[in-house]
Design a protein around this ligand. Sequence first.
Ligand code: 26W
Length: 818
Amino acid sequence: MKKVQALPPLGMDKAAIDQDFRRHLGHTLGSVEAEAESRELYEALALSVRDRLMERWKATRVAHETSGNKRAYYLSLEFLMGRALGNAMLNLDMEKSVKEALYEYGLALEDIENEEADAGLGNGGLGRLAACFLDSCATLNLPVVGYGIRYEYGMFRQEIQDGAQVEEPDHWLRNSYVWEVQRPQDTRHVKFGGRSEFYVDSNGASRVRWVDTEIVLAVPHDTAIPGYENETVNTLRLWKAAASDAFELGEFNAGRYPESVANKNEAEHISMVLYPNDSSENGKELRLRQQYFLASASLQDVLAQWVKNNGANFDSFAEKNCFQLNDTHPSVAVAELMRLLMDDYELSWDRAWEITSSTMAYTNHTLLPEALERWPVSLFRKLLPRVVDIIFEINARFLQQVAKKWPGDNERQRRMSIIEEGHEPQVRMAYLAIAGSFSINGVAALHTELLIDGLFRDFCELWPHKFNNKTNGVTPRRWIASCNPELRELLDSTIGDQWVTQLDQLDKLTDSVNDKKFRADWNQVKLNNKQRLAQLVKQDCGVEFDTNSMFDVQVKRIHEYKRQLLNLLHVVYLYNRIKKGQIDNWTPRSVLIGGKAAPGYVMAKQIIKLISNVAQMVNNDPDVGSKLKLAFFPNYRVTAMEVICAGTDLSEQVSTAGKEASGTGNMKFMMNGAVTIGTLDGANIEIREEVGDDNFFLFGLTAAEVEATRPHYDPQSIISSDEEFAEVMALLDSGHFNQFEPGIFDAVIATIRDPQDPWMTAADFRTYVDAQERAAQAYLDTERWTTMSILNSAKSGKFSSDRTIAEYNKEIWRLADN
Ligand code: 26W
């Protein structure tokens, strides 16, 4: 076969881009240039950008494959990527040329960008973290591949009807997705069902094979992950499930042809939809299928590439490969790697275990007990009989180690067992992940401490060396450079442009904090961003925010532990003060709350409805005017946050201490010059450490105080001994906010008075309101606020995901940069 010569590299100047843009419009899309619609314009531009990604992507792939360097794989059920076009143009440094090219046609880049749907393949923090990490890995030139599922339907679209959440399916692939490349040649076979069969191989060794299975095809769809201005383009490989011929044949008979084809669905359902649960496992069979599908396809992919390059010799496999498990969701990978090495490549148990337990690393993202995944052994056995045998064997050997360390301590064996005994025995996925991993990390300093002293205490006593902290971070490319172009320009002209990849450089802003011109510019940038946000709020919520007011924002999933309710109590408190005429020294405020509730989480949905109802009342009361506005932001998502974080003054991070593992929204706000009001929880603690107590509004019980208070927590007496709190509760009780919907908020209101309230909202009410008052006074003092805002940005360097990834690499993956 004659080799094909590659074309010369594509130009990055305006003329070259213009040429390709028109070529794609006319030749690829077949649109009549003069009548092209914005969707076609978007696709033509995206394809022109993609062409430039492609050549760098190929080069990176070849470089990584031929270097023989160690590689890491980020296994995650979620990648919350958002939009790709703006990010690719930024990282390839094409923005200027593209703008110039479009200018000729009178086209605004922003309008074209708005044609792209968010890739919403995640719930919240964990999924967005995976996306930020990929950006940092590419920017640091690390050979890391992301592995996930190509859900046909991502996170649902949230509509608000009569103040309540309604879920609509997110068919994000409907208008063809230009950023993915299907690679059918790398299709893998994933097995389900059937049974284990024992046999003796040609060497007389007894072995197991998994037979009578159903086979589901995993078809990879790759997305390019460009590094920032460094010519590296890494890969995110997402698996789509497809029915295999074998699957059809099992059902096939001439008389039932349509039925047998229709049966393909069962296989294809696996990658149909993202589970919209972010904090409680739901035990659904399809979800376990998804988890195994991802783990098995990805591991097979890595092993196949290994064998292609090295033959079936695994002696140096562990030196060259590392799997990072994003929470327990893909942790069945521990047992699956054992199975593949033993059953497919004929390694002994001990060799396979050596390899598995030195290549797997596990990150925990939550302390909430209800979020800890456990699967019924019976379900596991039905779907994955061979895998469950291996899990039992892992557990038996593991419990021997426990017994050796603590002889006779049966209680401890019971506690630590990977299999939870009982009426319906369960597989504890976190324990499987810990037993099979050489590294276990939390995502902020406090979170890791709480894991070590609490949730994983026994395991930490057994293997202290495995446990470590990696405080989260976010990518400054998307979360400053791309989402806040005016700030980017101001930063570039003040401290140079190195901050984009060395965020610590923001510290240089402290030299300019007293510079009059710089301060004025800073405030102008914030004001412009507030205008942009106010427009979005007007458009999506129908509420007018005055840009002179303080923009007070809480956006994140709706959950009781995150305490949107506490925020709301403060709004009602302010409303009550206005109604009482206590408005001396008033700071006008615009409060924005946004986020999705898990569809089955009744209380979270009631909280949304309560926010909407209070907003109705507050926004339409002539006494209130612009002193106070409240809006619920519908369908909160990555693309919305890009506008929101740039235009925020005050960032609400008010979770019950000890419950928010890290938080990452807090970091995005800080970078963009918002000041935080927050508890000593998650990464807030580290944010406050960096920025100093003067530039952070702290309130609330500490994690230790929360636990110490629990046994004698008495919200009723807290309320009755605080006149203003009592008034707030009385307003809620009176039905003032639900006059035509009697009783609908009774359950929500009752949680505040409940001595068993796990989130202890009442305990922090007074200190919260006082901290809000300090924030309000600080905001009135424009000079003081300006200083606080600048310093928050200046001290946010630690929270770049580049720092986080550098730590993962130095302490866990140990990859050479290429
Ligand atoms: C099994 C259902 C389920 C699904 C997702 C349970 C739990 C999750 C995630 C752990 C939820 C999540 O996104 N956790 C968040 O992870 C972020 C990144 O580390 C942290 O910043 C947040 O504090 C944490 O809530």
